[in-house]
Structure formats: structure tokens, C-alpha cells
Design a protein around this ligand. Structure first.
Ligand code: PGA
Length: 248
């Protein structure tokens, strides 16, 4: 039985008072749901949120170092995240691939560091608009997954959550259609079946991200291979994030 997940990526938004208010508001919202709810606030707030009594919210970091520890000024290690109770960490978000020039190899090392330290990677992949238009998007997604994840053993890959996030849909208001999302999610699952097994592929949650909001979440989530969402803009408001959670 795959985990159903709705994760909110706050990116570099929210000053302290807004962040605290949003957290409190989400933490007191009553959602009777079997869905795993995750928030990925700026890392500055993780420690404090982790020390509060979280009713049903799990924490994710937006990034971590590929190194274990040491002289890496400005970095945060996977073991530090684990030590304060952070359960998940985003890896390979397209904004980091683009602005920080993160490579498939670096992301592979981050995945390794996280798994070694019992933090679950939420591995992001997805094509840009050019690749979507040229039809080369299958190769892009396959390459990202093969290069950063396919060295993992069967039991390791089962720990990973994958998020398909077409770059042309992130923050643009243009969502992949329900059919486009299902097509790629099924493709990703078929890669997992080929490399591992049907049983393994069936245990891995694949989330959709890219302008997912309350008005389109239901249609996206009803697809058999879409196990939830990675939400950006719509996660910055408690009501809209809660409405997405209720869309399952
Ligand atoms: P968006 O962002 O929902 O604002 O499109 C999604 C993401 O980048 O994870």
C-alpha cells in the first residue's frame, strides 16, 4: 500500500512571524485523513517546528549537504536534520538544479547521505518547456532518475519518494493535465518495474508538483499512479493547503 502524501514546499518565503502563524494554523487544523502531511519550511525554522508538538505534520528540509560533516561553511548535514527530528528532505528541485547548478552526480551523493542518516529523500525530476515541446521529455526524466537513483538497492529505493515536477508548470499557473501527469507517473513506475520489480515499484510514492492547487488537486490525485502532490505557492496559505489535503 503506497503512502499518500501532500507536501508543502515553502521555498524562500515567510519571515519568522508569518512562518510561525502558518505552522500553528496548519497544526491546529483538524484533518481526518490517512494522507501524510509534510511541510518544507526554510531550514532556519526546522528546529523550532520540530520541538513543537506536531499533531500530524512531518518536516522536510529543502536541501542538505552531500558531505557527512566538516569544513563546509553554510551547509547543513543529513545527520543534523535527523538529529532534530526532520523526516524528509527535498533533493534535486529544479530551482536548485538551475540556480545552484546541482548535477545528477551531486544529487546521487545527497540521496546517499540522506539514506545513510535515515532521512527520506523526496527526489524531484522533470523536464523544461523546450524538452516538453520537442518530445524529448521521457529521456530527460529517465536520465535524471537513472543517474541519481538507480545505484540504490531494492530496499533503499523503497525508502525514496519521487516527485515529478515539470518545470514549465512550476509557479506558472499552467498545470500538467491530469492525463499528462498520469502518463509520466506511469512511465516513472515502469522504469522502477524494469530496474527493480513490480512489487518494489508498487511501494514507491510518486508525487505531482507544478501549479497544483485546490481547484485541480482532485483531478490530479485520482490518477492511479499519482500518490499526492508537492505544492509550492498554494502551500503558503493554510486554507488552500488544507483544501488540497482534503482533495484525496
Ligand atoms: P508551485 O511549486 O506549486 O508553486 O508550482 C511547486 C514546487 O516547486 O515544488
Amino acid at each position: 500500500m503506497r503512502k499518500r502524501i501532500v507536501a508543502g514546499n515553502w521555498k524562500m518565503n515567510m519571515n519568522n512571524s508569518d512562518a510561525q502563524a502558518l505552522f500553528e494554523s496548519l497544526n491546529t487544523t483538524k484533518t481526518v485523513s490517512s494522507t501524510e502531511i509534510i511541510i518544507a519550511p526554510p531550514s532556519l525554522y526546522l528546529s523550532e517546528f520540530a520541538s513543537k508538538k506536531c499533531k500530524q505534520i512531518y518536516l522536510a528540509a529543502q536541501n542538505c549537504s552531500d558531505n557527512e560533516n566538516g569544513a563546509y561553511t553554510g551547509e547543513i548535514s543529513a545527520s543534523m536534520l535527523y538529529s532534530i527530528g526532520v523526516k524528509y528532505c527535498l533533493v534535486g528541485h529544479s530551482e536548485r538544479r538551475q540556480y545552484q547548478k546541482e548535477s545528477d552526480l551531486l544529487l546521487k551523493q545527497k540521496v546517499n547521505a540522506l539514506l545513510k542518516n535515515k532521512v527520506i529523500p523526496i527526489f524531484c525530476c522533470g523536464e523544461n518547456l523546450d524538452k516538453r515541446k520537442s518530445g524529448d521529455f521521457y529521456q530527460v526524466i529517465q536520465g535524471q532518475i537513472e543517474n541519481s537513483l538507480f545505484h540504490l538497492t531494492d530496499s533503499q529505493i523503497k525508502e525514496v519518494v519521487i516527485a515529478y515536477e515539470p518545470i514549465w508548470a512550476i509557479g506558472t499557473g499552467v498545470t500538467a493535465s491530469s492525463g499528462q501527469a498520469q502518463e509520466i507517473h506511469a512511465f516513472i513506475r515502469s522504469l522502477l518495474v524494469e530496474k527493480y520489480s513490480l512489487q518494489t515499484a508498487d511501494e514507491i510514492s510518486i508525487l505531482y508538483g507544478g501549479s497544483c492547487k485546490a481547484s485541480n488537486a482532485k483531478e490530479l490525485f485520482m490518477n492511479r499512479d499519482v500518490d499526492g502532490g508537492l505544492i509550492g505557492g498554494a502551500a503558503l496559505d493554510a486554507d488552500s493547503f488544507s483544501a488540497i489535503i482534503e482533495s484525496f
